[in-house]
Design a protein around this ligand. Structure first.
Ligand code: ADP
Length: 317
């Protein structure tokens, strides 16, 4: 087969490991694999290059994506997607593996509806693709967040401060939930836990009065203005308080072994499915087993809150 691979949307550590797996698995099958630069934008611009095994050596442990990524909101228009299809036809590319988040999946679905064989691989630090228990990049971002929170804990404890740490995740609370548990945060606030500011302030005040030296609050992005919250914590709780927005450092870095393994498994699986004639699907792991889900179903699925972990934080935070 002649297979194209692209990365799209926000970058995530492990995207390179995924590209490597797709290229190597494809070549091992006798396929010709093409790297498409800068996502769907590069596709319509014809930024397409055949990849050899060697083109993907030395990238396994690199963050970011060697293919680059770019946003092309106009891809929602059929005329724009027609340009993409023309480029694929020009290069005789019959199938496309798209690595990214739900926007990328939507693009892949629309192309599939227009007759292109597509497969989506979940590459995002947000862990917000419900058709896979974990997305490529989440483990690395979790490691980065934990490293930062541990460091902030040291200084918070020395100065008897409250530290509010905002982590990424778009609308998914997993990065906050997992990093909060792993770093022993006193409070974890996500869309799933809900945010009751008065209760938080009262609890922090009680903590302070009970003589606790520090408090760590881990909060998902898009919930509240954390700098404003820090001011209110200072006024109401008696703690000195600092807010830190971890931001884009969570998107970079060497992928963890977990992300590399997931990338290798899903990259090869995507190629295998193409050979079995299964397309228009998103691949993932569910209970550590490889699964595929039609992309339209994958996009309609919602991330259910992890009941076990929420019960856990009630007891040990
Ligand atoms: P992510 O894949 O990480 O969710 P985006 O939401 O930015 O990132 O989507 C990546 C790209 O996918 C967009 O720039 C666009 O080219 C394509 N895309 C997003 N939404 C659609 C859509 N409704 N129809 C077609 N293509 C889309």
């Amino acid at each position: 087969m002649r297979i194209g691979v692209l990365t799209s949307g926000g970058d995530a550590p492990g995207m390179n490991a995924t590209i490597r797996a797709v290229v190597r698995a494809g070549i091992a099958n006798g396929d010709t694999v093409f790297g498409i630069y800068d996502g769907y934008r590069g596709l319509i611009e014809g930024k397409i290059q055949e990849f050899t095994r060697k083109d993907v050596s030395e990238i396994l442990n690199k963050g970011g994506t060697i293919l680059g990524t770019a946003r092309l909101p106009e891809f929602k228009y059929e005329q724009v997607r027609t340009l993409a299809i023309r480029q694929l036809q020009k290069n005789d590319i019959e199938a496309l593996i798209c690595i990214g988040g739900d926007g990328t999946y939507t693009g892949a679905l629309r192309l599939h509806e227009m007759g292109i064989k597509t497969i989506g691989i979940p590459g995002t630090i947000d862990n917000d693709i419900a058709s896979s228990d974990f997305t490529i990049g989440f483990s690395t971002a979790l490691n980065t967040a934990c490293d930062a929170i541990d460091k902030l804990r040291d200084t918070s404890s020395s100065h008897q401060r409250c530290s509010i740490i905002e982590v990424m995740g778009r609308h998914c609370g997993d990065l906050a939930l997992y990093s909060g548990i792993c770093c022993g945060a006193e409070y974890i606030i996500t869309n799933d836990t809900g945010f009751n500011k008065d209760e938080l302030l009262a609890n922090l005040k009680a903590n302070r009065l009970a003589g606790r030296r520090h408090a760590i609050v881990v909060i998902s992005e898009n919930i509240t203005d954390v700098h404003q919250l820090a001011k209110e914590v200072e006024i109401y709780s008696g703690y000195e308080c600092r807010a830190t927005i971890l931001g884009y450092i969570q998107r970079g870095g060497t992928p963890t072994p977990e992300d590399r393994l997931l990338a290798a498994r899903l990259g090869k699986y995507a190629v295998d499915l193409l050979h079995e004639g299964i397309t228009g699907v998103a691949v993932g792991v569910i209970k550590n087993e490889l699964h595929y889900t039609p992309i339209d179903k994958a996009l309609a699925m919602t991330n259910e809150p992890n009941v076990e972990l929420h019960k856990l934080i009630e007891k040990i935070s």
